[in-house]
Design a protein around this ligand. Structure first.
Ligand code: GRF
Length: 198
């Protein structure tokens, strides 16, 4: 399965995908795409000899589709991509775009809910658990069908950064697992969270 990964920042989820997909027998990252030319994640791709590109205009469906078609992409993964994917791209790849979100959707999702803000909101709410979600991408932020979730405790004295790193560990496990399951099934499917992430 030929996978494109959209990123806006650091790229630790991208790195987890590279690590877990290994020599790419089942699924292979063939393109990394970003709305920001300075995104460190693009350098991670270049270091591995994987095609990496910064969009001239992230709103341009034409630019997206040209890049995805040129690499014969089967699956688009949003891994820390902070902009809305153009509706035409979602329509063309419906059911074949997934996103990882650092909270238990439908809570703590939606426009403006990204990065450390999510974890600050969770702490402020007094929630005793948090986690992450991998879901299908629809036209609205964080609203597509949930494929899997992992739960983590919110511990006394947690800061947003500490909680974020506890959640990120689970993201690095779940996102590759969803991609590998999609490679086996031919498209993204709901998966059972493994015991550690119940
Ligand atoms: C992750 O927590 C992801 O859930 C969120 O943005 C963060 C990106 O981290 N959407 P990285 O760039 O993959 O390290």
């Amino acid at each position: 399965m030929r996978v494109a990964v959209a990123v806006s920042g650091r790229g630790s989820n991208l790195e987890a995908l590279f690590e877990r997909l290994g020599n790419g027998d089942d699924a292979r990252v063939v393109l990394v795409i970003s709305d920001r030319a300075e995104a460190p994640a693009l350098d991670r791709a270049r270091e591995r000899g994987v095609a990496a590109m910064a969009l001239q205009d992230w709103r341009s469906a034409e630019e997206w589709l040209a890049a995805l078609t040129a690499e014969s992409v089967d699956l688009l993964v949003l891994a820390g991509y902070l902009k809305l994917v153009p509706a035409e791209v979602i329509a063309r790849y419906r059911g074949r775009i997934i996103n990882v979100h650092p909270a238990l959707l439908p809570s703590f999702g939606g426009k403006g809910m990204y990065g450390i803000r999510v974890h600050e909101a969770v702490l402020q709410s007094g929630a005793v658990e948090s986690g992450c979600t991998v879901h299908l991408v629809e036209e609205e932020y964080d609203r597509g069908m949930i494929l899997v979730q992992a739960r983590v405790p919110v511990l006394p004295g947690d800061t947003a950064q500490v909680l974020a790193s506890r959640v990120l560990e689970q993201e690095h496990r779940l996102l590759p697992a969803v991609v590998l399951a999609a490679a086996r099934a031919g498209h993204p499917v709901v998966i059972e969270p493994s015991p550690a992430s119940r």
